[in-house]
Design a protein around this ligand. Sequence first.
Ligand code: GLC
Ligand code: GLC
Length: 812
Amino acid sequence: MEQKRYGHFDDQHREYVITDPQTPWPWINYLGNEDFFSLISNTAGGYSFYKDAKFRRITRYRYNNVPMDNGGRYFYIKDGDTVWNPGWKPCKTPLDFYECRHGMSYTRITGRKNGVEASVLFFVPLKKWCEVQKLTLKNESAETKTLKLFSFEEWCLWNAATDMENFQRNFSTGEVEIEGSTIYHKTEYRERRNHYAFYHVNTEIQGFDTDRETFVGLYNEFADPQAVMEGKPRNSHAHGWSPIASHYIEVTLKPGESRDFVFLLGYIENEQDEKFSAPQVINKQKAHALIAELDTTEKVDKAFAELCEYWDSLLNIYKVQTGNDKLDRMVNIWNQYQCMVTFNFSRSASFFESGVGRGMGFRDSNQDLVGFVHQIPPRARQRIIDIASTQFPDGGCYHQYQPLTKRGNNDIGGGFNDDPCWLIFGTVAYIKETGDFSILDEMVPFDNQPGSEVTLFEHLKISMDHVIKNLGPHMLPLIGRADWNDCLNLNCFSWDPNESFQTTENVSEGTKAESLMIAGLFVVTGKDYVALCKKIGKTAEAERMQQAVDAMIEAVKKHGWDGEWYLRAYDFYGRKIGSNECEEAKIFIESQGWCTMAEIGAEEGMVAKSLDSCKKYLECEHGMVLNNPAFTKYIYEYGEISSYPEGYKENAGIFCHNNPWVIIGECLAGRGNDAWSHYAKILPSYVEEKYQTLHKVEPYVNCQMVAGKDAFKPGEGKNSWLTGTAAWMWYTVSEFILGIKPDYDGIRIDPCLPETASDYTVNRKFREAEYDITIHPNGQQKGVKAITLDGNPIDGTVIPYSPGKHTVEVTM
Ligand code: GLC
Ligand code: GLC
């Protein structure tokens, strides 16, 4: 079936261009790269926060509401009797032209109505705590236009959770100040807060509003606020209830004339003894200074140019040219961009995650690291230290931590037995990229307790030991609360709908529940750990761990193989999960991915059989499902996984995150055709071409889950943006398909390609070096025959690192 299209890629500008505001779901973008962040939809919906979407939410947003995507930064233009918004919403007045361009940390929304064009550029300038909204109004008609312009933002009273559950308090605490063209939001500033927000415009205003009820009207909506419909601001001053910020500006434009307005949504922190300039009056010095930095079009354009240069530099580190647009645009632009966004937001704030429930995941953040470590190594370094600081002395760890406090999240606790291994995964990736072994000597506390510090290396060691000390009856890792699959809750046993599978009692006494996913993960990260120990001269430790890895490999071969694929787990009672003997869910993807990546039993043919089974039982038109057949009933011993209807989420959904594991398994096995076909199925640019309507969510990034073959609507995507899929897709394509792999002593070249691949080049900056690499596949799927470095042949497949510019030719 031909699918309706809502937009297209513009690779030259690194933008996705949306041409119809009524996308099948809001298609969003993220603004901000450090500290100040915003989410913005293609109709200007969304919100802003400082560092933490729960504790420092600046503007309000209504999740899960009717209509969808409710609340945002809205500009109302009243032209005679017509009121419209450049982004179509919330008035939904039909526009003569609409376009939304989502770019690298900016969004530009343009609307035209009755001869007037309004174009708004939204971005967060580098290192500044504010969102810029540069609005350009242009009269394209033949007559002079007098327009009434209203801006609109609604303040969130900081803690997004109380805003939803304890609003009786909020109704009495809201406070604002108005000074010239700036509206200040200072709720709770009189007591313990040392921060406030402001909304400013760089022109004189003819009115304002700060009280929502007065501006909108109690029985009106964002679509028809009374003040706007009547063309009359009320100059309201909020006391309690729901404070907002709206500027009113009268604009007269001659034919052909255009005018810029710079709106600024800012966040300020003051020292305790400098909070007030007079009793009850907030100290506005820093706000004035910030405004002065961005109060003209020229200054804003300069800040925008700097942002664009910043993204140029980030995207200049790994550049591929294959001649296949769909591949190049994902590798060079969107996949790397999504990696940066997931690094910044972990799984906390999207249009599917409210920003209230989740902080930064321990395992998630470690995996996210491989997606951006090449771009901003210093921040990766800090992230590793932050994560490790939430570990417990026994190697276990908090499953999540809050970004603002960097403290472990007590509500969720720990006990996910895969978590510790990921620290090795992240750290090794960092050292290979940077060559910075000194991170291993950093002193890092346990559970953030001062005085408990040991070296980061020690944290890695206890991470490995945590697995070894928690083995089950088959000498396979005990699963704990869950492994990577949060929903495989083998020790939980819940009949109570009011308890969470993730936090309910974790029955560890008497458990025989073991995980083959952790077994594979342990072997993969264990090999890395051994190599690292050897590299830094810890030979005895390397030997000790090699033995543990070998023992694990034996345990998997002996107790983890089902004949055609790897088992998934043993349950509490020691019964097989993911076996041909099972009634449902006979095969799972996670253990196939990790055990093939670990190459366990490759000589015995296990790897090849497992990969074949993935093709046979898991693959469908839209990717590989998580398990097959899907569970059709709730299984008390398995937990949340079987709570989902068939084909969704962890019950046989295409959980995109784990597809790359099998793809890497394919690459290691040298099966380039298969690797590529799996990869292309979930590559957004391919999906974009065929399935915009069915897929529903943003076509420029991966989503967490696509409905699987057993679902009501296979191919429908959900939970977009914040997913480990981003980092795994990047890791897979950059290192295993295109084959450019950072290593301690240089760059290893080992592509795995479809037979049809043509010659391609990769420009890779690496530490102080830059490599221009040309690869001649010659119809081979795998196997490098010869490499020359600056014209001279080298031995092996690792280009030894040396600073400077180099040319590399690779023949397969
Ligand atoms: C979500 C979680 C991730 C987990 C996955 C599978 O993506 O963020 O930590 O591994 O679901 O359950
Ligand atoms: C997994 C799911 C996620 C869910 C979590 C806790 O991570 O993918 O959606 O919130 O488990 O149930």
